[in-house]
Design a protein around this ligand. Structure first.
Ligand code: TYM
Length: 329
C-alpha cells in the first residue's frame, strides 16, 4: 500500500519559480511513489481581498500549470479545493480544536497583517484549513517549501491532539522540504521570499514570463560589489542565483561554485537565465494548451475529486461522531 501524499498551492497569483523549485517540481518527481493528491487551494485565496474574475483566472492558471509542469492525472489526483466540501467542514471542526494562542503565533499571518490594509479572519484561520486539507486525506507526506513549515507543524499538533483526546484517528503527516531551493528569494530583495502575491513583479519570475522578460529580470537581479561567485550568508543575491542555477542544472551548490570560479556576474546571470528559459519553455507550451482547452482541465478535476471525495467525507463523519455530534443514520 502506497502512503498518501498531499500538497497544494493557493491561486492568489500566478505560480512563480519559487513555487516550482520549492514544491511543484518535487511533486512531479514523487507522484509515482505515493498515492498522490494535489489541489488548487482556491478557498485559501479568499483569505486576502481578491476580485472574482482574478481568482477565477488564477485558479485556471494554477491548474493548467500543475499539468504543464508534469503532474499526470493518470498517476495522481488533481482537483479544486472548493469542489470538496470536506475541506471546510473539517476546517470548522479543527477551529474548535485549535487554541487562539496557537493560531496567533503563525509568522506568515503576522507578516501579512503588517502589509495589508484589510485583514480578514480567514487569513488568521487559514493554517487551520490547511491542516484540514491534509488530514481529510490521511496524508502522511506533504512536500512543501520552507515557508509552510510552521503550518505543517500545526497540522501535526492538531492530529496528535485529536488522537489523544478522542482516540487514534489521524496519521501524523511529515513535511518534505527540498535540499536545495526550499526557499527561493526575490531577485530585487534577496532576503525576502519570492512571492506570487507581490504587486511589484520585478523580483519575481512567473512560470508564464516570456524568455525576454526572464532574461531582463535576472539581468537586473541584485548582487553585491564583491565579485566572487560563492554561496554565503553575506551574499544573498548571488546565493539565490546559484541556488536557482544548481537546482535547474542538477548540480550541487559546490559544483555550481566551481563552474563559475573566476567568472563574472554577467556569466552567472546569463547561464541562470538560460537554464530558467529552457526549463520553462515546454511548460509554457503545455500551459497555453490547457488554458485554451479548459474543458479538459475540468474533466480532470471532476474525475480527481470523485476519486477522493468518499474517503474524505467519511473521514469527516468519523471525526464528527468522535466529537459527539449525532450523525444522520
Ligand atoms: P503557496 O501557494 O504560498 O505556495 C505553494 C508551494 O510553493 C512553496 N513556495 C516556495 N518554495 C520555495 N521558495 C519560494 N519562494 C516559495 N514560495 C512558495 C510553498 O512552500 C508551497 O509548498 N498554504 C499553502 C497552500 C496549501 C497547502 C495545503 C500546502 C493549502 N493547503 C495543504 C500543503 C498542504 C500556501 O499558501 O502555499
Amino acid at each position: 500500500m502506497k502512503k498518501t501524499l498531499f500538497s497544494a498551492a493557493k491561486p492568489t497569483g500566478r505560480l512563480t519559480l519559487g513555487n516550482y523549485l520549492g514544491a511543484v517540481e518535487n511533486w512531479v518527481q514523487m507522484q509515482d511513489d505515493y498515492n498522490s493528491i494535489f489541489c488548487v487551494a482556491d478557498l485559501h485565496s479568499l483569505t486576502v481581498p481578491i476580485e472574482p474574475s482574478v481568482l477565477n483566472d488564477n485558479s485556471n492558471a494554477v491548474f493548467a500549470n500543475y499539468l504543464a509542469c508534469g503532474l499526470n492525472p493518470d498517476k495522481c489526483v488533481i482537483y479544486f479545493q472548493s469542489h470538496l466540501k470536506a475541506h471546510t467542514e473539517m476546517g470548522w471542526l479543527f477551529n474548535c480544536l485549535t487554541h487562539f494562542g496557537e493560531a496567533n503565533r503563525m509568522v506568515a499571518f503576522k507578516e501579512k497583517m503588517q502589509q495589508k490594509k484589510e485583514v480578514l479572519v480567514g487569513l488568521f484561520d487559514y493554517p487551520i484549513l490547511m491542516a484540514a486539507d491534509i488530514l481529510i486525506h490521511d496524508a502522511e507526506v506533504v512536500p512543501i517549501g520552507e515557508d509552510q513549515r510552521q503550518h505543517l507543524e500545526l497540522a501535526r499538533t492538531l492530529a496528535q491532539r485529536f488522537n489523544n483526546k478522542y482516540g487514534e484517528t489521524f496519521k501524523i503527516p511529515t513535511g518534505l522540504y527540498p535540499k536545495i531551493g526550499a526557499k527561493i528569494y526575490d531577485l530585487q530583495n534577496p532576503t525576502k521570499k519570492m512571492s506570487k502575491s507581490d504587486e511589484d513583479t520585478s523580483g519575481t519570475i512567473l512560470l508564464e514570463d516570456k524568455p525576454d522578460v526572464i532574461v531582463a529580470k535576472i539581468k537586473r537581479a541584485v548582487t553585491d560589489s564583491d565579485t566572487r561567485i560563492i554561496a554565503s550568508n553575506d551574499k544573498p543575491g548571488v546565493t539565490n542565483l546559484l541556488t536557482i542555477y544548481s537546482k535547474l542544472t542538477n548540480k550541487t551548490i559546490k559544483e555550481a561554485e566551481q563552474h563559475f570560479e573566476g567568472a563574472n556576474y554577467g556569466k552567472l546571470k546569463a547561464e541562470t537565465a538560460e537554464a530558467v528559459v529552457e526549463t520553462l519553455k515546454p511548460v509554457q507550451d503545455k500551459f497555453n494548451y490547457y488554458m485554451t482547452h479548459k474543458d479538459e482541465m475540468y474533466a480532470i478535476a471532476k474525475q480527481g475529486v470523485e476519486k477522493v471525495a468518499k474517503y474524505a467525507t467519511n473521514k469527516v463523519d468519523v471525526v464528527k461522531e468522535k466529537m459527539g455530534l449525532i450523525c444522520p443514520k
